[in-house]
Design a binder for this molecule. Sequence first.
Ligand code: ATP
Ligand code: MG
Length: 144
Amino acid sequence: MAGTKTLTIIKPDAVRYEHIGPILTMINSSGFHIAALKLIRLSRSEAEHFYVVHKNKPFFNSLIDFMTSGPVVIGILEKENAVADYRKLMGNTDPLKAEEGTIRKKFAANIERNAVHGSDSDENAEKECNFFFSCIERFSVFDK
Ligand code: ATP
Ligand code: MG
């Protein structure tokens, strides 16, 4: 059975352009419960750890510069089939390929500055949620 949570990051570009509210509205309107939320600035080592799978990609240094360039909103989103449904709501990594009605189509500038992150598997969702939030910061409607 698919998991019920995913981790999102509203990236520095979307925070800078005051898109936090509209993005959270799209998230809520699509049936997600916000189980945790905070505004923080990632350190270089936190961003490098988070995107470690991309460390050999040509865009890695630029991605880390971007992700540490300003505050980000980190959230845990809950709903049945959370990972796949949120990736659908985000749209393609490249906003030029993202469908109408997706967060990236609406708010992303380009393939790097693409407004939001969403976990890509239940296993990574679990790891990412545990990396950013302690148990007293989480208010799940599923885990009792
Ligand atoms: P995310 O992991 O942020 O949710 P994603 O799963 O859609 O995005 P990944 O392939 O995991 O995409 O890439 C991670 C991030 O690295 C992208 O969201 C984007 O910010 C950046 N990125 C990916 N591909 C490129 C590229 N070709 N050029 C520049 N930046 C890129
Ligand atoms: Mg990814």
